[in-house]
Design a protein around this ligand. Structure first.
Ligand code: DX5
Ligand code: ZN
Length: 214
């Protein structure tokens, strides 16, 4: 399993410390970017992304919880982001266009969806998007409880990927921890985000390792 710890629950007064721990141990660094409109919260913006990018050696995975996400693809690419995801709730019928735009810039692109959006809505992007970001909590806040129905959603998405023979990856985000990661791996997840379970732990490196081994 690839692990992309989220910095949303980092210690922002000592961000460098958390970035280094994640960078040394994980596979990707997950950056939760919110606009207060698509989701009821605001996180951080470009100066913070730039600071993180200046010391990161692992790929940066920007999760855009914003309206009109395509506005920011170019800027994120310039800052050194290599994976970008946007929400289907924000893109709707513009989804295929946004995927093409991100690909033109050389980004890996993912389509994200909240737990109340039917998983079959994104089936047509399997084989087009590089990954589907299945939310296992409602986007907006770290530290929420994992929604168990996500396991079935991942299984049916995986079945569609297999049916099409596509290379699209499944990333799962929200409330992931060492006790539910195994079920996610069995259902077909390829990447998990870990926020509070990782940076809230006494030994983040050990939690990252436990998630990777699932
Ligand atoms: C929620 C974010 C997640 C989240 C992960 O809007 O997209 O990345 O912060 O944190 P935990 O693992 O604490 O749910
Ligand atoms: Zn996220």
């Amino acid at each position: 399993m690839l692990v992309a710890p989220s910095l949303l629950t980092a210690d922002f007064l000592h961000l460098e410390k958390d970035v280094r721990v994640v960078d040394q141990n994980a596979d990707l660094i997950h950056l939760d970017i919110m606009d207060g409109t698509l989701v009821p919260n605001i996180s951080f913006g470009f100066p913070v992304v730039q600071g993180i990018a200046s010391i990161a050696t692992k790929p940066l995975d920007a999760h855009l919880m914003v309206v009109n996400p395509d506005k920011w693809f170019e800027k994120l690419k310039e800052l050194g982001v290599s994976w970008v995801s946007f929400h289907y709730e924000a893109s709707g019928c513009r989804t295929a266009r946004f995927i093409r735009q991100a690909h033109k810039l050389g980004l890996k692109v993912g389509v994200a969806l909240n737990p109340d959006v039917k998983i079959s809505k994104v089936f047509k992007y399997v084989g087009k998007a590089d990954f589907i970001l299945v939310m296992s909590v409602f986007a907006g806040f770290g530290g929420q409880k994992f929604i168990y129905e996500t396991i079935d959603r991942v299984s049916s998405l995986k079945a569609e990927i297999v049916r099409k023979g596509a290379r699209t990856l499944i990333e799962v985000d929200g409330g992931v921890n060492p006790s539910n990661v195994k079920a996610l791996a069995e259902a077909g997840a390829d990447v998990v985000v870990g926020g509070s379970a990782v940076l809230g732990a006494e030994d983040p490196a050990a939690v990252i390792k436990a998630l990777q081994e699932a």
